[in-house]
Design a protein around this ligand. Sequence first.
Ligand SMILES: [Zn+2]
Ligand SMILES: [Zn+2]
Length: 339
Amino acid sequence: MSPLKVLGFSANALGQRLEPFEYASPELKEHDVRVSITHCGVCHTDIHAIDDYYGITTFPFVPGHEIVGHVAAVGPEVTGLKEGDRVGIGWQGRSCGKCEWCLKGETQLCMEIEETTVMVPYGGFSSSVIADYRFVYPLPPTMPSEIAAVLMCAGVTVYSALRTYLTSPQFKVAILGVGGLGHLAIQFAHAFGCEVTAISSSPAKKDQALGFGADQFVDANDITDMRKVYYGFDLVICTANDGINWEVLLTTIKKRGRLVLVGFPDLKLNSTNLVAHDLSITGSLLGNPSTMRAMLSFAQEHGITPMVELMPMSQVNSALQKVKENKARYRIVLVNDMN
Ligand SMILES: [Zn+2]
Ligand SMILES: [Zn+2]
């Protein structure tokens, strides 16, 4: 039997626009599942990866890690999934299973992380993808595929950070940035029962931020507005990637409070407030498989609904451009039109 051909879109060199790309699908290993892709969200980290911001990209590179599709084939050791099941896959498609972090169940911190993304060999802007079944998640039957796609990366990223650091429902929480991650973080934090403040440099997003569940909106560029929330928050989740005034932001955090970074902004700050106010700055990456499952049922139960714009996968370059220009409201999901 000739090997299955996968059609996708790849960057063939650093920063390049994506071109149609065809490759022979690798054979399934015993724990692998092949998923025929129907939807794939476009995440800011796809652009970072095309630009090799993380220093781990190899070309040709097929991005895409907010994947939804149907199980097309399963390896002999796969349990709990069968052909035809509707599933989601995020950044992580496998893990080494042997390192300290895998043994603790925190597989997203696997020491072999470069080998564990779904981009091995290639990612979700394509007709199919292969992942270890332990990182392939059955979806709630009534959850629309485009909604589930966005939850696979943006959803689990903010849910995991909130679930870890939101240690009291009395916490006052600020979400910095109202974009793909931020608009979901507002919804999750609201559903956790907290008082939520949206901080954004786009005042035009105020009404939508309040609609997502924010109790108040603060204009990040308005120093008077920012002073009103001086020492205001126990926890600030930073979903923004640029344009952040770190000095001013730190003054909005209560003493002993915490700033959690879930995007990848360049962090430039004077340490005075950090030290004088006993603050913590923490990074938070994705979530482990049990967090992923808990996030899906929490999202279903609480009606967490990303605002999604659908585009055909063949228009992937226009979609990436929109994300680069900050024009996506709030997440673009590509619908596979290559079959
Ligand atoms: Zn992502
Ligand atoms: Zn590992």
